[in-house]
Design a binder for this molecule. Structure first.
Ligand code: BDR
Ligand code: CA
Length: 311
């Protein structure tokens, strides 16, 4: 099984991925760490606690970044995820509380307690990972792998013509995390835009997930309406679940190795820049960073089926 920490800003598609992390028999969910992004960080923490309680699990939730490391915070996209992050549906009360330690400290402690075992799956702005690196750079050698939903290699952006939301929301943190030198896989829009979760998938999910299913289905309806209106898609892209799909079903993806950076300023702010391994660019700075893996292709139908089957 895969011991993971899931770093998240729930968020409708985050909620779907959290449900997978809670339910999949091959995932050992060690903790949820929260960040601002789709919502403010207090709401993210509330939603993380709620989702695990609805699944009947007591998972540690550690609260993290309230904003980007350097820049000003962008306003949360309430028209996409709802003001409460879960499509503005009515939510039951939460019983539990967040851990006393911060998300970055929780990451450091958990990774150090199980050297070589823990995978960090990050599906929001990556400030908690950058802060964990600052607290203890030694985790670079002790983490098993870092899987990030974010960025875009050839697909273009979703908040600007070139930038994907998680990268755009904290490009300075992303620059540190992507170039840190730990084993890293980027699961970006190149693959998440090939996956569509439809009403038919969600009907199956709702039927199988009890109280949790009601929240997943209700929030899905709001998110799906955004996709319909703005993108003309009949369904929604389950971005964050794709990171878990890569972890558990890597054979559904095609990947490439290379050097990855992110632009931290100007019109390209938040754009991921990928230099494939072995391509001799004249200007050597594009090959100075450590090698990482990026996803370029996917069997999108199979991933959507996998999500519905898992739930
Ligand atoms: C990413 O941005 C967020 O809005 C989603 O939850 C996902 O993590 C997609 O660009
Ligand atoms: Ca997210």
């Amino acid at each position: 099984s895969h011991p993971i920490i899931f770093d998240t800003d729930p968020g409708v598609d985050d909620a779907q991925a959290i449900a997978i992390a809670l339910r999949h028999p091959e995932i050992d969910l060690l903790g949820l760490t929260t960040t601002y992004g789709n919502v403010d960080v207090e709401t993210a923490t509330h939603n993380a606690l709620l989702l695990s309680e609805l699944a009947g699990r007591e998972i540690p939730v550690a609260q993290g970044a309230a904003g980007p490391m350097v820049k000003d915070r962008h306003p949360p996209p309430a028209h996409i995820h709802g003001a409460n992050g879960l499509g503005d549906i009515a939510l039951p009360p939460v019983k539990g509380k967040a851990e006393a330690v911060s998300a970055p400290q929780f990451i450091v402690d958990t990774v150090n307690a199980r050297p070589g075992e823990v995978t960090l799956v990050a599906v929001g702005p990556v400030g908690n990972l950058a802060a964990a690196l600052q607290l203890d750079p030694g985790i670079i050698d002790r983490v098993k792998r870092v899987v990030i939903m974010g960025g875009s290699i050839r697909e273009g952006g979703n908040v600007t013509p070139v930038a994907e939301a998680n990268m755009f929301n904290d490009p300075d943190a992303a620059a540190r995390v992507l170039t840190a030198g730990w084993p890293l896989t980027l699961v970006g829009l190149d693959v998440t835009h090939r996956c569509v979760l439809t009403d038919a998938h969600m009907t199956r999910i709702e039927a199988g997930q009890g109280e949790l299913g009601k929240v997943l289905a209700g929030s899905f309806a709001f998110y799906r309406d955004f996709y319909r209106e703005f993108l003309g898609i009949d369904g929604c892209c389950p971005h964050d679940s794709c990171a878990l799909a890569w972890l558990l079903r890597p054979e559904l993806f095609t990947t490439a190795r290379g050097h990855l950076t992110v632009a931290t300023a100007g019109d390209a702010e938040g754009q991921t820049i990928f230099a494939p391994e072995g391509r001799g660019f004249i200007e050597s700075r594009w090959s100075r960073t450590p090698l990482v893996e990026v996803c370029l292709g996917v069997d999108g139908d199979a991933v959507s089926e996998w999500i519905a089957d898992t739930l």
